[in-house]
Design a protein around this ligand. Structure first.
Ligand code: AHG
Ligand code: MN
Ligand code: MN
Length: 328
């Protein structure tokens, strides 16, 4: 954060924090702040559903598939509805893209922001009481208001994000976000119903000893990825893999580490989606002093051709990502 700004103390409520930092944003007129509040509010509703998951009938598959051909879980669909509703009502968002929706949604309003969202990340962990998350990216609309949404409003590069973040539904619920002025983390205080600042100005350790990759797929990794994983073992690194990207990223952000979802023989571009998974985490990683690459270029520089495009993903501590990239 800028030196001239008075740092708000731990325990500051999210609303106050957003208000205090609003003028950092070049278009500051309160719309972005309102969007962040809307996302925070929807996440409280989803958090309530997540915590009830074992008690009411919201666990398990829907019996339908999403655009990626993956089984939709009931909570995927429910979270998508909650976030879509919250973002639609306010009028600040003009268009949405979501993992759960095939094409973009034009909200036909005067909103100035496009939102990309993975409403529920880590679906395979819902039924087993393991951490899951939500990932979001916020972009400025490019076309003039009053016209239909254009392709260039949707297919923006990660560098054009004006804000991004995630919510982690873990042993506590956290909201971590950036508007391009550092990264701040807020913990949900359920008795108050408020997110409060718990992790101001987060920085990822420059180097680390944790590597996170699904090694069950190692037979289909390329030789350079196999060699890097062997390098991790030879250097006594520790393997940690939850299988929820948000949770794996968050741990590595705090402790130092690298998360990798590489290209595999089956998925030539890896599994993770550029626009609503990788870009937000790449923005956060860079803002916290880390790095994110597809092995060849910065994630934030990739120009998407499709809103559900996938990319290999290497993200985390600067030195670890540089080392991994040197193998690729
Ligand atoms: P989603 O639940 O939104 O489809 O995302 C699942 C992703 C990500 O959260 C996780 O890191 C990765 O899938 C795990 O994939 P594998 O099971 O192939 O390791
Ligand atoms: Mn996901
Ligand atoms: Mn998802």
């Amino acid at each position: 954060m800028e030196a001239s700004r008075i740092a708000l103390p731990i325990g500051t409520a999210l609303d106050r924090f957003i208000k205090n930092n609003q003028d950092q944003f070049q278009y500051a007129n309160g719309e972005l702040s309102q969007l962040l509040r809307d996302i925070a509010l929807a996440s409280k509703v989803v958090n309530r559903e997540v915590n009830k998951a074992g008690l009411i009938d919201i666990m398990g598959p829907m019996g339908s598939q999403n655009t990626g051909g993956e089984q939709q879980q009931k909570l995927d669909v429910l979270a998508n509805i909650r976030f879509t509703r919250a973002l639609t009502k306010g009028g600040e968002a003009c268009a949405l893209i979501s993992e759960e929706t095939e094409s973009f949604v034009d909200l036909n309003n005067e909103g100035r922001y496009m939102i990309a969202i993975d409403p529920l990340d880590g679906s395979s962990n819902i039924d087993v009481n393991v951490s899951i998350g939500t990932i979001f990216s916020i972009y400025r609309r490019k076309s003039p208001v009053g016209q239909p949404i254009q392709e260039n409003d949707i297919l923006q590069t990660g560098d054009e994000q004006v804000a991004a973040g995630y919510i982690l539904y873990g042993s506590s619920t956290m909201l971590v976000y950036t508007t391009g002025h550092g990264v701040n983390g807020f913990t949900y205080e359920s008795t108050l119903g408020e997110y409060v600042l718990s992790h101001p100005d987060m920085n990822i350790p420059e180097d680390g000893k944790i590597y996170s990759i699904n090694e069950g797929l190692s037979n289909s990794f390329s030789q350079p990825v196999k060699s890097y994983v062997q390098y991790c073992k030879d250097n006594n690194y520790t393997a940690r893999y939850i299988g929820s990207l948000v949770a794996d990223f968050h741990r590595n952000l705090l402790k130092g580490g690298i998360y990798i979802y590489p290209a595999t023989a089956k998925d030539k571009n890896g599994k993770l989606r550029l626009m609503y998974e990788c870009n937000a985490l790449a923005f956060l990683a860079e803002q916290a002093g880390g790095q994110a690459t597809n092995g060849k270029s910065r994630i934030l520089k990739i120009k998407p051709k499709d809103l559900h495009e996938r990319t290999p993903f290497y993200v985390g501590s600067k030195k670890m990502v540089e080392k991994a990239a040197s193998f690729i």
